[in-house]
Design a protein around this ligand. Structure first.
Ligand SMILES: *Cc1c(COP(=O)(O)O)cnc(C)c1O
Length: 373
């Protein structure tokens, strides 16, 4: 029997995407695989292992708990927590043996006060994203110096920044790099051999001058297009397929409606299929009356409101579709394919939110090119 909703993740695709991204890296830069938000919805630990098999040498997450999960899953690689870590969360991150990002002297002192083993710190300069990090280069250097002062309990491992517009505005990337450069020179003289990193997936593909010693790739390792268009021409392979099945097919006469609020009313006789996947599974409600589903190698429009547990699609006047048939939300079906980029465009969002939004209710299964993982 079909499963109401499931996500199949091809770990071999993640491995190949990482290998493909590594081929962009001139000058010996290494690749850190970003597996935050449960591996962008793909499952953090399996994605992390696949990325390491593809040649990633480090992992990054956003939160202390995410680090703890990978640590307890026994994933063995340097692990960076990129996000803000509060005093309450710090012991969890330290216990997970994670590397941390600092931009204040207060935070460095806090880490030094609780660290029971040598802890690696990356200093962050905000060169224009306007989020985490300090905008003040002198402050960033004072933080770096304080880390060095705590050697060997703390190690100054890296210096970093993050781009605001890597996928769309090369001029602002250049501006951020210009702001980053003097800090890089000074921190390198403070600690020769320090790992400098800046690039996300888009910068890895578009800005080789931003690669430095390490790139931090998230979206692209899962085979989504960091430029939001189409992964295929970029040599990236979507790793996740999201599917459901046709639970019911019924005739709609003129005037019959489908879904809450009667947002769809048949204007001519047609057949409506109900597919048991909804916003409780991560199908954006913005796809109500928007977007498509693949059935039997053809595209069919979602009609009516997306509800928590179901969507309805218009099969047209000839019911070519039978109950029990698979329905593909993301991935291949016959000769058709649907990408996270297409679904994102229909929902008015970005591919990142489509894959991260697949909820915990959807079981993930893993394979390698169709073979058991
Ligand atoms: C999420 C994140 C990344 C990865 O970004 P992608 O666009 O998914 O490659 C890199 N660096 C930082 C600081 C991040 O928060």
């Amino acid at each position: 029997m079909p499963i109401r909703a499931r996500a199949r993740v091809n770990l071999a695709a993640i491995e190949r995407n990482v290998a493909r991204l590594r081929r962009e890296l001139a000058g010996g830069a290494r690749l850190c695989a970003v597996v935050k938000a449960d591996g962008y919805g793909h499952g953090a630990a399996p994605s992390a292992r696949a990325a390491l098999a593809g040649g990633a040498t480090a992992l990054a997450v956003a939160t202390a708990r995410e680090a703890a999960e990978l640590h307890s899953a026994g994933v063995d690689a340097p692990l960076l927590v990129m996000g803000a870590v509060s005093s309450d969360e710090l012991p969890v991150a330290v216990a997970a043996r994670a590397e941390l990002v600092a931009w204040s002297e207060r935070f460095v002192a806090e880490v030094a006060a609780i660290a029971s083993h040598p802890t690696r710190i990356h200093v962050k300069l905000d060169t224009g994203l306007g989020r985490l990090g300090t905008r003040d280069g002198a402050q960033a250097l004072r933080v770096a110096q304080l880390v060095v002062d705590h050697d060997p309990l703390l190690t100054l491992a890296g210096a970093m920044t993050h781009f605001a517009t890597a996928e769309e505005d090369p001029e602002f990337v250049a501006h951020q790099l210009t702001t980053f450069a003097p800090f890089v020179a000074e921190v390198r003289s403070l600690k020769p051999g320090i790992v400098i990193h800046a690039a996300n997936s888009a910068a890895t593909l578009r800005h080789p001058e931003s690669h430095f010693d390490l790139v931090r790739c998230g979206i692209a390792i899962y085979g989504c297009d960091p430029m939001h268009v189409d992964p295929e021409p970029r040599g990236l392979e979507p790793a996740l397929e999201l599917s459901s099945y046709i639970a019911a097919v019924k005739r709609a006469a003129v005037g019959d409606s489908a879904g809450y609020g009667r947002k769809f009313i048949a204007s001519s006789e047609t057949w409506i299929a109900t597919i048991p996947i909804g916003y409780g599974d991560g199908i954006r409600r913005a796809l109500s009356g928007q977007g498509e589903v693949l059935i039997g190698g053809r595209r069919y429009p979602i009609v009516g409101a997306v509800s928590m547990d179901n969507i309805t699609v218009d099969l047209g006047p000839e019911a070519l579709v039978r109950e029990g048939e698979p329905a593909t939300i993301l991935g291949h079906n016959g000769g058709e394919r649907q990408t996270a980029e297409q679904l994102a465009a229909a929902a008015g969002t970005i591919n990142y939110e489509i894959v991260c939004g697949i909820s915990a209710r959807v079981p993930r299964t893993y394979h390698r090119d169709g073979e058991p993982a």
